[in-house]
Design a protein around this ligand. Structure first.
Ligand code: ASP
Ligand code: MG
Length: 467
């Protein structure tokens, strides 16, 4: 089989975990063509982001200190992980070179006083540049040939939308398959840095937070992989957050569309575009734990078995959101009202998570993250209050509860079960949405009611008996 294995940062953050990962790769490589995709080691991307913020605040000392910490962390891991002296020495030398470059980059950014999306992407790319050297060295250490390649080196070409780029798939497909074919011919295991590509001018770009998942599926689609495994520290997708629901169960099989809905919510956050490259080629994906390789995890496919198709899969929640109720008599029957509201929010870079409008058209309710609430309200007031909007009513600290699963489609009585369960548990519902795909029924409650609501739905739909 041609397999793409993507490791998240938490799977490769200690010497022992890295050695286990390398052993697992070695054993899988006996029967399969492998491509490894890695995230940065835990906390590294967060630190790199903090470096950029420190430079913005002209705090050079802090930026340098953070860079030093990243350096120390990787050197320590290199020393603890790699047993063969020659391999370890070479790795440490590469790390020295990267740190000279990182320090020079920070100097340059401080000197210019310029933190542009382009320079940030270059800065953030260091996380994966560092991790792939270590994982590739760990595979070498076991006597297997391996090469570390950045997203740019393997041939991922993107647009120039720094911080949130998208791949140019036709060019990428040609380049990636050519690079990897020649690596396979040499019986070498490629370890590729996730999250990063380069635009047509060769400038380094990133896909946004969590983008290594996306890199894995882009590469998988380019080489027509048989399967893609997302390896992390969770066993797979669950029927609910196990921190809230004690008897939450692992889901054995879900469809792409369900996984897309779950990716936005559940405990296992997956980059939202991850599934796009898989859809056309119908490449199956597994979500598995690197700490528990005996467990098969969750299988994500284009057409799950019939018994799986007809079920509600999970109940998930996202807390700490703000709800804005936008009202005004002149909104009624006025084309363009919604367009103006959403354009105002879009121009301010605010992501809207939920939208609802009743047919009287006298109000539109939206949900945004708590952290965006101030800005959203401010922009709406400045640009639209007294014009199309008469009043804004705001509620903070709200949780979105979502029931997800294709089994809801065309099934009579789901809503009655959901809201009956809320009534029994005395949970007030502030807003409801359900798209006509009927894959996801979501509603909003107070943060303090979120746990009760999740547990009640998990019981009501008997999700602990799912498999
Ligand atoms: N290292 C990047 C991040 O932390 C990408 C990833 O982990 O998927 O967001
Ligand atoms: Mg991730």
């Amino acid at each position: 089989m041609k397999l793409v294995l993507k490791y998240g940062g938490t799977s490769i953050s200690s010497a022992k975990d890295i050695q286990n990962v390398a052993k697992h790769i070695r054993s899988l490589s006996k029967q399969n063509h492998l491509v490894i995709v890695c995230s940065a080691i835990s906390d590294t991307t967060d630190d790199l982001i903090e470096i950029s913020q420190s430079i913005k605040k002209e705090n050079k000392k802090k930026a340098e200190q953070l860079a030093k910490n990243i350096g120390k962390r990787h050197q320590k891991l290199a020393k603890e992980t790699i047993k063969k002296t020659s391999i370890r020495k070479k790795l440490l030398q590469t790390y020295d070179e990267y740190f000279t470059e990182l320090t020079a980059l920070i100097d340059g950014m401080v000197l210019l006083g310029e933190v542009t999306p382009r320079s940030m992407d270059y800065l953030f790319s260091f996380g994966e540049r560092l991790s792939i050297q270590l994982i590739s060295a760990a595979i070498n250490d076991l006597g297997k040939k391996s090469i570390a390649l950045t997203g740019k080196e393997v041939g991922i070409v993107t647009d120039s939308n720094f911080g949130e780029s998208k791949p140019l798939m036709d060019t990428t497909r040609l380049r990636v398959s050519k690079t990897l074919d020649s690596v396979f011919l040499k019986k070498t295991i490629p370890v590729i840095g996730g999250f990063v590509g380069a635009d047509q001018h060769g400038h380094v770009t990133t896909f946004g937070r969590g983008g290594s998942d996306y890199s894995a599926t882009i590469i998988g689609s380019c080489i027509k992989a048989d399967e893609i495994w997302l390896m992390s520290d969770v066993d797979g997708l669950m029927t609910a957050d196990p921190k809230i629901v004690k008897n939450a169960k692992l889901l054995e099989e879900v469809s792409y569309v369900e996984a897309i809905e779950m990716a936005m919510f559940g405990a296992k956050q997956i980059h939202p575009r991850t599934f796009e490259p898989l859809l056309a080629k119908k490449i199956p994906m597994k979500i598995r734990s690197s700490l528990n390789v005996e467990n098969e995890g969750t299988q994500v496919t284009s057409s799950p078995s019939i018994s799986v198709r007809n079920t509600v899969k999970c109940v998930s929640n996202v807390s700490h959101n703000g709800l804005i109720d936008i009202r005004g008599g002149s909104m009624i029957g006025t084309p363009g009202t919604a367009a103006k509201i959403f354009a105002t929010l879009a121009n301010a870079g605010i992501n809207v998570m939920m939208i609802s409008q009743n047919p009287s058209e006298s109000s539109i309710t939206i949900v945004v993250k708590n952290k965006d609430l101030d800005k959203a309200v401010n922009k709406l007031e400045m640009e639209l209050l007294g014009k199309i909007i008469k009043k804004l009513e705001i509620t903070t600290d709200m949780a979105i509860i979502a029931l997800i699963g294709s089994g809801m489609r065309g099934t009579v009585g789901v809503a009655s079960k959901v809201f009956g369960a809320m009534q029994k548990n005395k949970v007030n519902v502030s807003m409801i949405t359900q798209g006509s795909s009927e894959l996801n029924l979501a509603f909003v409650v107070k943060n303090s009611d979120a746990k009760t609501a999740v547990q009640a739905l998990h019981n009501e739909f008997e999700l602990s008996n799912i498999n």
